[in-house]
Design a protein around this ligand. Structure first.
Ligand SMILES: [Zn+2]
Length: 302
């Protein structure tokens, strides 16, 4: 397998969920070994790599910070890019927060499909997990285990008549992500809205970009899936795992986890180099396409 970037520039714009700040995002092709890199075009193209070392504070969304420069709510865009098997891309953004759009990764998937995948000349490098690692905290846990492909299992349990226990298990690819997760939206509980506002969060939140759960139902239905909440949590998980910085050959299991636990797992994994190796072998038989992204038939280029 070869590294990839996008074939052409694509863009979108919108308000950030937490800051309420309007911003423009443009994806730009990048050379091999660049990785996924944000560029704050409002700050002289300041670069923030989408890597575990740049994870800042994490509560209701994942934020990156480098030298005091912040970038919030990266998870939905990164989930789409990572699942599409895009190894290298610049994400130009002129604000502090990635637009929330409709609260799902679906608009980003459409954007990536419009951009289409371009194969580069360099071999793709995978981070292959060799030994398990688990992070446990107050009945929440997440673990990463050796596997020959990228597998995710996500379990949620919210005491609400429309949620309860939901579990998603999948092999991550562009096709499975599009079909199972991309359209699942952000959600919150009505009773959380005032406390979150008081914390200075969800300033850009609306019934257009988040499902709001009342005590016994949903304020702005219909749901896109019966288990949209579990699917959205799996989407968030994949977006946070993108911060590993390379495609994963591993199985990840999250049990009532969230951004804080996801990013702790990524940081601890990257810190302990005895747990993994970097390989150009994807572990698949030659006819098996590990990444469902289908490069256009164009000359490979760096
Ligand atoms: Zn989310």
């Amino acid at each position: 397998m070869f590294q990839t970037t996008i074939q052409r520039e694509v863009s979108t714009e919108g308000v950030g969920l937490h800051t309420g700040v309007f911003g423009h995002v443009r994806l730009v092709p990048a050379p091999a070994d660049t990785g996924i890199v944000f560029r704050r075009t409002d700050l002289d193209n300041f670069i923030i790599e989408a890597r575990g070392k740049n994870v800042a504070r994490v509560s209701y969304a994942t934020s990156l910070m480098k030298q005091g420069v912040l970038l919030s709510t990266t998870e939905h865009l990164l989930a789409a890019i990572y699942s599409c098997g895009i190894d290298n891309v610049f994400i130009n953004i002129d604000s502090i927060e990635v637009p929330i759009l409709d609260g799902s990764a679906d608009p980003f998937m459409h954007m990536l499909e419009e951009a289409s995948v371009r194969r580069l000349r360099k071999r793709r490098r995978y981070l292959k997990v060799l030994k398990p690692l688990e992070v446990v905290e107050d009945g929440r846990r997440i673990g990463i285990y050796p596997a020959d492909e990228f597998l995710v299992k996500c379990f949620v349990d919210f005491p609400h008549p429309l949620v309860g226990r939901q579990e998603i298990e999948m092999r991550v690819s562009q096709e499975s992500f599009r079909r199972l997760l991309a359209r699942a939206r952000t959600f919150c509980f009505e009773r959380e809205i005032e406390p979150l506002r008081a914390m200075g969060l969800i300033r850009g939140g609306s019934l257009e970009n988040a499902i709001v759960l009342t005590n016994d139902g949903v304020m702005n239905g219909p749901l896109r899936f019966d288990d949209e909440f579990g699917r959205h949590k799996a989407l968030d998980l994949i977006g946070d795992l993108a911060l590993v910085g390379l495609p994963l050959l591993a199985r990840v299991e999250a049990h009532r986890a969230g951004h804080a636990l996801h990013t702790q797992l990524v940081s601890r994994l990257l810190e302990d180099t005895s747990l993994w190796t970097v390989t150009t072998e994807d572990g698949m038989p030659a006819e098996h396409t590990h990444c469902a992204a289908s490069p256009e038939q164009v000359p490979a280029a760096d």
